[in-house]
Write a protein that binds this ligand. Structure first.
Ligand code: DGL
Length: 249
């Protein structure tokens, strides 16, 4: 069984990609929505939540854990790897593919305020910023939209436009979605960004990495009881709706 967690429903965008390549596996998804958003919390708080959630997932039988949250990956993955005898797969901000494919030499990264402060993100950025201009912006209000299930329409468009504008004004032709909530707004982001801009969701790469590590570790890729068990620390409504949406996508 694969354990997955996020501050809320965002990690379901990663589970959606995982289900495409591991359709017969069993998953336990923990949405820490009572503590969402992580993006405004301290690194210590996020590490503490990572520990508590990891314990819960292991107690429930997870054999590998996906941190389907860029903020929690940046804040906690090295601590969790040092403390727990289980493999962790984290989210990588897709700065590399964006930087290598950009024609304008300018890429935009949308992520949470906490992610931009993590050494993991700063190290990745440092590798590419000599040759590429990296423009950053917090997707302000994006997490709240997704948690409320507002994935399209005029309100979503105006919220998205506000955070995308500074990136587009600087000439970014690649936009990296550095928070797992944001891909649920993909249609709106693409519409606002326009046809000349490629929007990159790192979830498929994370799903491929999970499969690779499961094979390396000799973990079973199927379960006699395939499916998704949902655990939430707060209200279940939003996560249940999005889970239904990704399973029938
Ligand atoms: N989904 C998360 C991420 O990938 C966190 C969003 C939040 O809780 O602020 O960063």
């Amino acid at each position: 069984m694969v354990g997955i967690f996020d501050s809320g429903s965002g990690g379901l965008s990663v589970l959606r990609e995982i289900l495409k390549i591991l359709p017969r596996e069993r998953f336990i998804y923990y949405a820490d929505n009572a503590n969402c958003p992580y993006g405004e919390k301290t690194l210590d708080f996020i590490i503490e939540r990572g520990r508590a959630i990891t314990k819960t997932l292991l107690d429930r039988g997870a054999g590998i854990i996906v941190i389907a949250c860029n903020t929690a990956t940046g804040a906690a993955i090295s601590t969790l790897r040092a403390e727990f005898p289980v493999k962790f797969i984290g989210m990588e901000p897709a700065v590399k593919p964006a930087a290598l494919s950009s024609r304008t030499g300018v890429i935009g990264v949308l992520a949470t305020a906490a992610t931009f402060k993590t050494s993991k993100y700063l190290t990745t950025k440092g590798r590419y910023e000599d040759n590429t201009r990296i423009v950053e912006h917090v997707g302000e209000g994006f997490v709240e939209l997704v948690e409320r299930g507002i994935l399209k329409g005029a309100v979503a468009e105006s919220v998205v436009r506000r955070s995308l504008k500074p990136l587009l004004d600087e000439g970014a032709d690649r936009i990296v979605l550095g928070c797992t909530h944001y891909p649920f707004l993909m249609d709106v982001i693409r519409k606002v960004a326009g046809p000349g801009v490629e929007v990159i969701d790192p979830a498929p790469a994370a799903a491929r990495r999970l499969l690779e590590v499961m094979k390396e570790e000799g973990l079973p890729l199927e379960d006699p009881h395939p499916g998704v068990e949902l655990v939430t620390s707060g209200d279940r409504g939003s996560a249940e709706r999005l889970l239904k949406m990704i399973r029938y996508a």
